[in-house]
Design a protein around this ligand. Sequence first.
Ligand code: MLC
Ligand code: AMP
Length: 501
Amino acid sequence: MTNTLYDALIAPHAENNAIFLTLDDGTMVSYAAFVGRVAQLAHVLANAGVQPGDRVVVQAPKLVDTIALYGAAVQTGAIYLPLNTAYTQSELRYFIEDATPKLVVCDARDMTDLSGICGNDTQVMTLAKDGTGSLSTGANACDTSFPTVSRDPDDLAALLYTSGTTGRSKGAMLSHKNLLSNAQSLTDLWQISSNDRLIHALPIFHTHGLFVALNTSLLAGAQVRFMAAFDLDIVIDEIPSSTLLMGVPTFYTRLLSDSRLTNDLVANMRLFVSGSAPLLAETHTEFEGRTGQRILERYGMTETNMITSNPYDGDRVAGTVGYALPGTEVEITAEGKPVAAGEVGMIEVRGENVFKGYWNMPEKTAEELRDTGFFITGDLGVQAKDGRISIVGRQKDLIISGGYNIYPKEIEDVINDISGVVESAVFGVPHPDFGETVLAVVVSDDPKLNAEQIAQFVEPELARFKHPRRYFITDALPRNTMGKVQKNILRQEYASLGSPT
Ligand code: MLC
Ligand code: AMP
């Protein structure tokens, strides 16, 4: 009986008494205790009727039980589907209707709303911020061993929703092999071992915090300082006793804004990794100046896991994302054909890391995943003669704010539904903390409609991080001769209006 991910990430720790997780209140959880908790939760899933291939939706706080539930889904052969805790009811409705989960685990305060969305075939269990709820109560009564369900490398382990340029979120189907092969590549490349202690301050509902950070730690048997959320003071306190930090660029600009960040503070640190959004070359340079450490920038996507990385030994060049990971091919193309080194084109990627397609969306899958196995990322890049890749832009209309992806179309669709709105354009402008922030320009035929009313309409529809920080009402949007809205002109015109005043 084999289960690709469980056998590699969890089973080897059954008798490992080393510390896996250290929490904000000082509680420590050993690897062996974690394996036992995974099994208890696997019983809860099985008792709830979860069968191999069933989806388990998890919109829960960042807790040990939340990641143990990921392990339990793997052990029972289910498909783990984590959701951003900021999502609103209307966003949740879409995910639940699309994924038709067997079980939804949510914070107790959302139980009533979620029960209303879920059909009769979906059970709802709770997991509150303090760790209580029907999920943990059920698990406490269960045995700490569970007969692992067999799963092949190509079976699905996770479904991660990623917003799309069409405004509808797409569920990226990730197999056991997708996740394991990437964890193996990163663990080798970044030399992660049981001597490491990772500062984990990322959310655990995205690829970065869940797979990049936790799968590599599990594979290597590393210690993880598991923070409930990014907190600058706690990160600074933890740096001297840690060796590794994985973060989005905002982590690094926030660290740089604090005078406690010095060479001495980071003396024990082995590696700072940045990803999910572009790291400004000036942040890279300033960080090296202050600490003597060169941040290692890597590049990835929900659909592909990690694609490239700067080298561990070797030049970490600011403004570049390094080389294709071992086992991963990258091609830069124009109209589907490879371009010469030094020329800008679409970044395409192929390898064991590339997902199996979009859930219930064969046409979208066919548009973005070629028959040859290459996935069209929507990112524009250049490859140097030695293979080093730099991202120079995006063909997809996407804003990345503090590492969260925000697709303008989704927001425009909500704004355009407001009575009196003729059309709108949502775009990103520079922001000192989040890298980019969201603005909206709205054309209205109702002279009484104001920005506040638009904001009030948007609020219950979309997660807070997607809300335009400012709305501007205007007479017309700039268009090219083809009638397409010229967002580049809006981005230039409003460039200085994204910074907090
Ligand atoms: C929080 N807020 C944001 C925001 N995060 N607004 C825009 N963009 C963001 N990223 C809002 C809140 O709604 C709130 O609004 C206010 O900012 C303060 O909230 P907070 O909770 O105090 O924010 P903070 O803790 O400071 O969070 C910032 C952050 C967080 C950068 C630490 O956003 C974060 O952890 N980002 C990481 C995202 C991530 O993991 N991405 C990986 C995707 S995977 P108000 O107005 O109500 O106060 C991927 C693939 C790959 O991309 O390659 O890795
Ligand atoms: P997501 O869909 O949330 O997985 O986000 C993936 C997108 O994040 C990629 O397509 C890129 O546009 C962006 N991204 C990830 N890492 C980097 C990086 N190091 N530099 C620039 N963009 C990045």
